[in-house]
Structure formats: C-alpha cells, structure tokens
Design a protein around this ligand. Structure first.
Ligand SMILES: Nc1ncnc2c1ncn2[C@@H]1O[C@H](COP(=O)(O)OP(=O)(O)OP(=O)(O)O)[C@@H](O)[C@H]1O
Length: 262
C-alpha cells in the first residue's frame, strides 16, 4: 500500500506546492519509486509545475464528485503520475455536503492506492473540507513554513484540525515535521523563527527538520519550464536542500515503521 504524505499549512505561499513537486520528482528520479501526486489546491499549480496543461483532462474535482474514476483522471508526466485540480474545486465545501464527506478522497483513491509506493498530496491554503479529506487518509503530514511571524501563527491553528481528525477519522495521523522554507540563515528573523518553530513543533509532538530549504530564484523559474528543481537547477541551493530533505524523511519514516513493528 502507498505511503501517503500530505503537505499542509493554511498560510499561503509557504512552499507547499514547491515541496510537493520536489518530493514527488525526487522520489522518482533518485529512488525509482512509483509516485502519484494529487493536487487538492484549486489554484492547480502542481500539475502546471510538473509540465501539464491543467485545462486538459479530468481533475480531482471530477473524481470526488463521482463523475470519473481515479484511474481515468491520472495523467502521466516525465516525473510521476498526477491528478490535477482546477478552480472548480473551490466550491468543494458546497458540493460535498453529504455524510461521510470527510472520507471522499480516501474512498475514491482506494482502487489505485496499491499501484504506488507514495501518494503526495498538495493542499490549499485553508483548513477546510479538502484539508480534512487529505488528513483523513494521510500517514504523514509535513508542514512547510516560511520564516515569517504570520506563518508561525498558522501552524498553531493547524493543531486543532490535527487533533480533531485524530479523534474521529485517522487516529494514526503522524506529523513528520515542520520544514523551514525560503530560509536565509544569515537573517536574525530566520534564526528567531527557527527557535519559535521548535517550540510549536514540541506542542504538536513533532520536530523541525534538520534540513532547511534555502531561497533561490531558481525555485520560481523551474515551474515555467515544467521541470523539477533538480533538472532545472541541479547546482542551486534548493536542489541540494531538497535532496537532503528527502534523505532525512526517508530515514525518519523507516525508523518509525521499524518502531511500529516492534
Ligand atoms: N526556497 C525558495 N526560494 C525562493 N522562492 C521560493 C522558495 N520556495 C517557494 N518559493 C516561491 O514562493 C512562492 C510560493 O511558493 P508555493 O507556491 O510553493 O507555496 P504554497 O504554500 O503552495 O502557496 P499556496 O498556498 O498559494 O498554494 C512561489 O512563487 C515559489 O516559487
């Protein structure tokens, strides 16, 4: 069965899509894993970043409204399989107004989940029914966070959603860690935010990853070329950092699985 990793933070612009895309591409390119990337953000940036025309094809909205199957909505890219999103998903709160609506994503992806090693889910900058659907099927949450004070406040609010999903839908939901993005180690703010993030991580029962993703303009340029950061700018700092990040989380996931077996 696939390991399901969800990138989440209801604050916008903190690097959720960038990290989802790098993680999906990195697991395929360096570890030869079979990956399905799901875009749950109505902005539809993940499909675009992986080189797809998001106006074409069926979307996760079609899958979740039962108009098509997950298998029919999967599109292939040079990196991984993707189910794209578009603006129609922004009416999810109104469209999905029936009982069990929190498990819609899990049920619709069940027929394809066994075909993959990893399912990576990019979420919208909100805590809504889409986020809850992602949390309900996740093995691990990763919280990207930019070094800004408002970004820290957002992480505190995520805790309530995590607690309520653990109580009712997914008791095994595990927060793998907080990932500092757009990081400039030379600024005082970045160092202060790192310390605050460590306090918040302790409250959520998680950690701040040892790896931080440094800032570089190459991150903003890569999606326009439909290339992963590793192919667009292999020597740029974020390529190095995302590579270390993937190594770090693979070790963490392996350790956690071994602990569960014992
Ligand atoms: N390490 C980085 N260095 C420089 N720019 C970055 C970095 N990471 C992300 N960015 C830029 O920050 C912007 C927001 O990133 P991204 O779209 O990944 O965030 P997001 O959390 O998914 O946003 P949203 O919540 O709106 O979906 C983008 O323009 C992206 O190119």
């Amino acid at each position: 069965m696939a390991t399901i990793i969800v990138l989440t933070n209801q604050k916008g612009g903190v690097g959720k899509t960038t990290t989802s895309t790098a993680l999906a591409a990195g697991l395929v390119s360096f570890y030869h894993k079979k990956v399905l990337a799901i875009d749950l953000d109505p902005q539809g940036n993940m499909g675009f970043s992986l080189g797809l025309d998001i106006e074409d094809g069926r979307t996760i909205h079609d899958v979740m409204t039962g108009r098509t199957s997950a298998r029919e909505a999967i599109q292939e890219t040079d990196y991984c399989d993707v189910i794209t999103s578009n603006i129609l998903l922004s009416s999810a709160e109104l469209d999905f107004n029936f009982s069990d609506r929190e498990l819609l994503l899990k049920k619709s992806l069940a027929p394809v989940a066994a075909d993959y090693d990893f399912i990576i889910i990019d979420t919208p900058p909100a805590l809504n029914i889409l986020t809850v659907n992602a949390y309900a099927m996740a093995n691990y949450l990763i919280i990207p966070m930019a070094p800004e004070i408002l970004s820290l406040l957002a992480v505190t609010q995520i805790k309530e959603t995590i607690d309520s999903v653990r109580e009712s839908l997914n008791p095994h939901l595990d927060v793998l860690g907080i990932l500092l993005t757009k990081y400039n180690p030379r600024t005082v703010l970045a160092r202060e935010v790192k310390e605050m993030a460590e306090n918040i991580a302790a409250q959520i029962g998680t950690c701040v990853f040892d790896t931080q993703i440094r800032s570089s303009v190459s991150v903003a340029e890569a999606p326009a070329h439909g290339l992963s950061i590793f192919d667009y700018a292999p020597r740029a700092k974020p390529s190095e950092d995302y590579m270390s990040f993937i190594k770090e989380i693979r070790i963490m996931m392996r350790t956690k699985t071994l602990q569960e077996v014992r």
